[in-house]
Ligand binder design. Structure first.
Ligand SMILES: [Zn+2]
Length: 130
C-alpha cells in the first residue's frame, strides 16, 4: 500500500510525501490505488473520495520546474584572431595550432583579416580566417 500526504501546507502546497507499507493511514493522508500512475510526481495534486481513510481518485499532474539554465562558462574570447608575429600567420582564436605557438609570437587581433594580409600576413590554412 502506498499513501500520500494530502494536507496542504500554509501556502497551499502539498508535500506530496508518500509512504509504502502496511500501516494505519494517518489523518491527512490518502491511499494511492496500486494501478494509479502519478505523472510528474511529486509535482501534482490529488483528488480524494469521501471514504475513511480517503482514497486518491485522481492525480492531477503538476508542472516539473525547468532546471536553471547552465551558467555560460565559456568566456567571450578577448580576441577574434591570434596573429603569429614570427610566421606572420593569422589564426582564429580557437585554431588548434595556437597551442603549439610560442607565447612570445602570439598577438591578439580584432581588426580585419584583409588589413593584416596587406601587412604581409597570410591566413592559416587550418582555420581559414576571413
Ligand atoms: Zn589557424
Amino acid at each position: 500500500m502506498r499513501i500520500i500526504e494530502i494536507n496542504a501546507l500554509d501556502n497551499g502546497a502539498h508535500n506530496n510525501q508518500t509512504i509504502d507499507g502496511e500501516i494505519p493511514v494517518p489523518s491527512g493522508w490518502a491511499i494511492i490505488p496500486e494501478d494509479m500512475v502519478c505523472e510528474n510526481f511529486p509535482f501534482g495534486d490529488v483528488v480524494v473520495d469521501n471514504s475513511e481513510p480517503p482514497v486518491v481518485v485522481e492525480w492531477i499532474p503538476g508542472v516539473i520546474p525547468e532546471p536553471d539554465p547552465e551558467p555560460d562558462t565559456e568566456p567571450e574570447p578577448e580576441y577574434k584572431y591570434i596573429l603569429n608575429t614570427n610566421s606572420k600567420k593569422i589564426h582564429y582564436h580557437n585554431c588548434s595550432s595556437i597551442s603549439t605557438m610560442a607565447e612570445k609570437n602570439k598577438q591578439g587581433y580584432n581588426g580585419s583579416v584583409s588589413d593584416m594580409l596587406a601587412q604581409g600576413y597570410t591566413a592559416c590554412k587550418t582555420c581559414n580566417p576571413e
